[in-house]
Design a protein around this ligand. Sequence first.
Ligand SMILES: *Cc1c(COP(=O)(O)O)cnc(C)c1O
Length: 363
Amino acid sequence: MKRHYNFSAGPATLPTEVMQQAADEMLDWHGSGMSVMEMSHRGKEFMSIYHDALQDLRDLMNIPSNYKILFMQGGAIAENAIIPMNLVGMKPQPATADYIHTGHWSGRSILDARKYCKVNIAATAETSHYTHVPARDTWKLSTDAAYVHICTNETIGGVEYHFTPDVGDVPLVADMSSQILSREVDVSRFGVIYGGAQKNIGPAGVTIVVVREDLLGHALPICPSAFDWKVVAENDSMFNTPPTYSIYIAGLVFKWLKRQGGVPAIEKVNIAKAALLYDYLDSTEFYRNPVAKDCRSRMNVPFSLHKESLNELFLDGAKERGLVQLKGHSSVGGMRASIYNAMPIEGVRALVDYMRDFEKQHG
Ligand SMILES: *Cc1c(COP(=O)(O)O)cnc(C)c1O
């Protein structure tokens, strides 16, 4: 059996150790005689898996005690609607929410928010074709916003916030789908952090929501009960049947991350991985990354070849070397290397070696 270096943007590669453990425990979890997939979510076996996952995530992100961790479903895209439904009720209707538009995913958030509130685009990166994060001092925030929404890492554009913006007392809401656990973040600066698991945590199916307690209990009457954060919190994320197997794998990934030394240790590796790839991209005219240098993502590195006609050849050659899922998003074209926590530095080295050889052959 051979596992490739998998650069998919999501669902993305997971640590081999974790997959091996899941395989070993597949038919009989810890002598229970059952697979995790077959357990009642309310039984003591699954409850122990759930509580471990909660505590490990709280430890890894240093989540303060006045924040709830919810395991939901529907992905970040469902949260784009769930967020306004839970937060705009804090203000007289119709309420306003501020959004920072930095690319595809914040754009998607804006489209859904417009169904539930007035959206003020407080800043946009449109002028640079979404290749930078607008500086905080250019943002035109409303005086009465229910919250300010950002996407801290644009997975498609490869644009990342390398700062946490100060928005005063207004809750800061962040889509961290492709950034969560990749670097240290001061959770206390945020009202809500959310993200789908399938980038940096585990399989698709579970959505992580970290929410400050005072933001619970404001859901609009139209909000489905299963999406009312207060209801979800009061029911330990078990108001409806949670995605038990996804939570179990996420829990194994949390333990794996702790064994690596936690978030500060993996952040160092992530910095080294990104530097390896960007330094090479910057050293040649053969490849190009369009993102402003101080806004480049550590997790998702889009790049194009100077001749588009070489794209297929590049992808075929990469596959021969066991480097897969490098094709860029259809809206951008070119290539994209997603180098999440589970991508070892050896994988990035193998990619750079291949890129160098390909350039020698075709440059
Ligand atoms: C992948 C991604 C999404 C979409 O997530 P779903 O799980 O498909 O809902 C939203 N935002 C960001 C930043 C993403 O990377």
